[in-house]
Design a protein around this ligand. Structure first.
Ligand code: HEM
Length: 415
């Protein structure tokens, strides 16, 4: 790639390749260089599609609060009125799943978020604790005599999947099918090569959910889908497409992210034996340990996206109206201007104001649930598997090739 010169610092630098396996393996040195040399950097993806990467904590926060940015690309038409061609193949069916709160501005955002917000409040979520604990213990029961497991497949994936599936009222017999679908729908961009598979996954998912809606209309249960189907039937607060998108978002966001909070968090602990020992000695540190896991190696780290509705001056450059902005929360969480020794994994860190759950009106709806699941998962692993260790060298672990999700594909451990 051709080196660019930053208009603010005057330094030249190679533009970041978000799909470079080396960057995916360890993005933190690149983040540090970006914060220092080119804190608001314009890169282009396929089709010359422009994206701005924002890496300093204060700039990311400022944009998360800025009402000149939108979630809806159509509201951010550039001066010539034409949106840049998207860098990925588009699928009509995908649009059916994209009409959700994460892609909306107020007032639609407020209308849709209000419908589910009560189910995810800290108080409501706390009532799930005994069930989350039971699921965690049952998963450990299954593997405890084996002496080894893939922590992702055997524990970190099924735990939040079971919780969100039960909350929504989705039977999870088809575990593997869900895994395939959700990996396909969250890993990377859709390209000409993987288009048929993504298409199949999207259609499969829609068809599956539609069957559940029909069944729940006939036999309502005590679950979130039944409640949402009832709202949809009253007509004016939730359209069928919004219902589909909402369940899709809750389902995907409800497990894809937490899997990697548990995976990345345990990996960090296992690589820092003194911190692991400290947590064993002082289990009451679990809440602050989870916050540090969220900051240190966040599972949603690159892609909190907005579009500029007007020219926005930030970090010494001007982001032109219409262009896409990626708020790099993973980079912001390691900003030395905000965090003391950000590269140090310290489960006793105080004033840990990471932005792994975002900020403002789109602040993660599931944050209380993710925190609860993370705390129960890690505490249970440490309590039930007192000798847990990595079974492979950390450098050999393969990261998921995703721009959105940060996590390892497998995490082999012995105990
Ligand atoms: C939004 C991260 C777990 C549901 C977000 C956002 C982030 C995030 C960064 C804001 C995105 C933006 O501003 O563009 C995470 C992380 C998690 C996690 C790191 C786990 C460690 C969950 C869970 C759920 C969930 C368990 C369960 C339902 C949502 C929803 C939104 C959201 C519905 C959209 C909120 C809105 O647009 O108003 N999440 N999330 N998340 N998250 Fe999470």
């Amino acid at each position: 790639m051709k080196p660019l010169q930053c208009p603010v610092t005057g330094k030249t630098h190679v533009p970041v390749d978000l799909f470079d396996p080396q960057f995916i393996a360890n993005p933190y040195p690149t983040y540090a260089r970006l914060r220092e040399d080119s804190p608001v950097q314009r890169i282009t993806l396929e089709n010359d599609y422009p994206v701005w990467l924002v890496t300093r904590y204060d700039d990311v926060m400022a944009l998360l609060k800025d009402d000149r940015v939108t979630k809806v690309p159509g509201k951010a038409l550039p001066a010539d009125g034409a949106l840049p061609e998207m860098p990925f193949e588009s699928i009509d069916a995908m649009a059916m799943l994209s009409n959700h709160m994460l892609m909306m501005d107020p007032p639609d955002h407020t209308r849709i978020r209000t419908l589910v917000h009560k189910a995810f409040t800290p108080r409501h979520t706390e009532q799930l604790r005994p069930r989350v604990q039971q699921i965690a213990d049952e998963l450990i029961d299954k593997i405890i005599d084996k002496g080894s497991m893939d922590l992702i497949d055997d524990f970190a994936f099924p735990l939040p999947l079971t919780v969100i599936a039960e909350l929504l009222g989705i039977p999870i017999e088809h575990h593997e099918m869900f895994r395939k679908w959700s990996n396909l729908l969250t890993d990377g961009y859709t390209t000409a090569e993987n288009l048929p598979q993504v298409q199949e996954a999207t259609h499969g998912f829609i068809h599956y959910l539609q069957q559940i809606f029909t069944e729940r209309r006939a036999n309502p249960g005590n679950d979130l889908i039944s409640a949402l189907v009832a709202v949809e039937e009253t007509g004016d607060r939730l359209s069928e497409q919004e219902l589909l998108s909402m369940v899709f978002l809750l389902f995907l966001a409800g497990h894809e992210t937490t899997v990697n909070l548990i995976g990345n968090g345990m990996l960090a602990l296992l690589q820092h034996p003194a911190q692991l020992q400290l947590l064993r000695e002082k289990p009451e540190l679990i809440e602050s340990a989870v916050e540090e896991m969220l900051r240190y190696d966040a599972s949603v780290a690159t892609s909190t996206v907005r579009f500029a509705m007007e020219d926005i001056a930030i970090g010494g450059v001007v982001i032109p109206r219409g262009e896409e902005i990626m708020l790099m929360t993973g980079a912001a969480n390691h900003d030395e201007k905000k965090f003391d020794q950000p590269g140090v994994f310290d489960i006793t860190r105080t004033d840990n104001r990471h932005i792994s759950f975002g900020h403002g009106i789109h602040f993660c709806l599931g944050a209380p649930l993710a925190r609860l699941e993370g705390a129960v998962a890690v505490s249970t692993l440490l309590r039930r598997l007192p000798d847990i260790k990595l079974a492979v060298a950390p450098e050999t672990l393969i990261r998921r090739p995703s721009m959105l999700i940060r996590g390892v594909q497998q995490l082999p451990v012995v105990f």
